[in-house]
Design a protein. Structure first.
Ligand SMILES: *Cc1c(COP(=O)(O)O)cnc(C)c1O
Length: 426
């Protein structure tokens, strides 16, 4: 595979950008390769600067659920661009997107649009702290909620891959307010509440964890977490930046009986453009300025381009059969990968929720971050490179999810399973 153009761009990038990239996982450090520079993407395919074409399972790390440059979305964004990119004033589009979200997610009575999932996390915490008058929060080892100070503790994929669970530059005084519990372990949460009575404002959780690789909640975990959190007077924040509109048309937390007070959204609701949102019960959301005193703002919040792309994406997803097709595609890959593991006698397991999937190598069960850490990263790196050689572009870390889109055809999926057989044999 030729990669001269990508390699020379990477050299230029290294001279002018820290690590050559604008987000760490893109540097491919975990898979021992130099990153490919992407020049164009269509449907299920990405193409790099050397003209190599790949079946793409990165999917922009989540937003590209329809595939890339879906014609209806692309047309809508182009049409919107002709009317201006941003006004610093409210628009009809923002009302429509908020109404779409509220109609699909009962817990999202009011919505504040922002420009990233990171912002949604910051704001959700600020609301929770203001509402409860408490300052501590509980998060789960391996869950990622953006890179704000309070949440950059044991934060999953990027941090896990680089082996730096906490970042320099996060004040210890702040990090001390963040308690870390173990995913799928209710007693670890109860312990936090018992040890810090009356001090915990919120528990924040990914309803299906997707930043330590995919890890599903065990039966009743989320409903019991909900009850426990509320019993101690704290708020439950469900981070649905990945899972929102990915696993069903609405929130995944509902599937598992969770009753979130606040929900974070992002990725899919921007249709591939910058977006984030915090949503929740009206009286909590009305704490935000200018209705209330909790400050939050953004020059490009509710950007017409992002919002238009999001509305069009949700309209396509709302058409019948989208989630059934995504489920079928996920099930096909799961069984194909499982038979490849079995046939070549390689230890591993596949965790999947709908169109989110992780193939863990070297471990037979992954229920939390400790299990995930035992996966064989060196073997995953070899698998990643072998798949790439065969035209399959996987997320460049053992701790990311594959993102399947509606654009992945049966042929693409079959090619992927064939490549997995050959790569695992190698
Ligand atoms: C991507 C992600 C975020 C952060 O969103 P950004 O738009 O990258 O800031 C937050 N939570 C989860 C679960 C995510 O996957």
């Amino acid at each position: 595979m030729k990669s001269d153009n990508s390699n020379s761009l990477f050299q230029r990038a290294l001279a002018r950008t820290p690590g050559g990239v604008n987000s760490p996982v893109r540097a491919w450090k975990a898979v021992g390769a130099a990153p490919l520079f992407i020049s164009t993407a269509q449907g299920a395919y990405v193409e790099d600067e050397d003209g190599n074409r790949f079946v793409d399972y990165v999917g922009a790390f989540g937003p590209a659920i329809l595939g890339h440059a879906e014609p209806r979305v692309a047309r809508a964004v182009a049409a919107q661009a002709a009317h201006g990119f941003s006004y610093g004033a409210p628009t009809r589009l923002e009302v429509e997107l908020a109404e779409l979200i509220a109609a699909a997610i009962p817990a999202a009575q009011k919505v504040r649009l922002q420009t990233s999932g990171t912002e949604a996390g910051m704001t959700a915490l600020r609301i929770a702290r203001a509402a409860t008058g408490r300052s501590m929060i509980v998060k789960f080892d391996g869950c990622y909620h953006g890179h704000s100070d309070a949440l950059l503790v044991r934060a999953g994929s990027g941090a896990m891959t680089l082996g730096v669970p906490d970042s320099p530059g996060v004040p210890a005084e702040l990090a001390q307010l963040t308690l870390v519990a173990r995913y799928n372990d209710l007693s670890s949460v109860e312990q936090c509440f018992v040890q810090h009575p009356g001090r915990i404002a919120a528990v924040i959780v990914e309803p299906v964890a997707a930043n330590m690789g995919v890890v599903k909640p065990q039966a009743n975990f989320l409903s019991q977490l909900s009850t426990l959190t509320h019993r101690y007077g704290a708020l439950l924040i469900c981070d649905e930046v990945i899972t929102g509109f990915r696993l069903r048309f609405g929130a995944a937390s509902e599937l598992f009986g969770a009753e979130p007070d606040l929900i974070m959204l992002g990725k899919i609701i921007g249709g591939g453009n910058p977006i984030g949102a915090v949503a929740g019960r009206a009286e909590l959301m009305d704490l935000l300025a200018p209705a209330g005193a909790v400050y939050q703002a953004g020059t490009l919040s509710g950007s017409p381009l992002s919002v238009r792309a999001g509305i069009e994406t949700l309209k396509v997803l709302a058409q019948g059969g989208a989630y059934e097709r995504l489920e079928a595609a996920g099930a096909y890959l799961e069984s194909g990968f499982a038979s490849a593991l079995a046939q070549h006698g390689i230890a591993g397991c596949i965790n999947r929720a709908g169109s989110l999937l992780t193939l863990f190598l070297g471990v037979t069960e992954v229920r939390n971050a400790d299990d995930a850490q035992r996966a064989d990263r060196a073997r995953f790196a070899r698998f990643f490179r072998a798949m790439l050689e065969r035209g399959i572009y996987l997320p460049p870390s053992q701790f990311e999810a594959l993102f399947i889109s509606l654009a992945h055809s049966e042929e693409d999926l079959k090619k992927t399973v064939d490549a997995a057989h050959q790569s695992l044999a190698e």
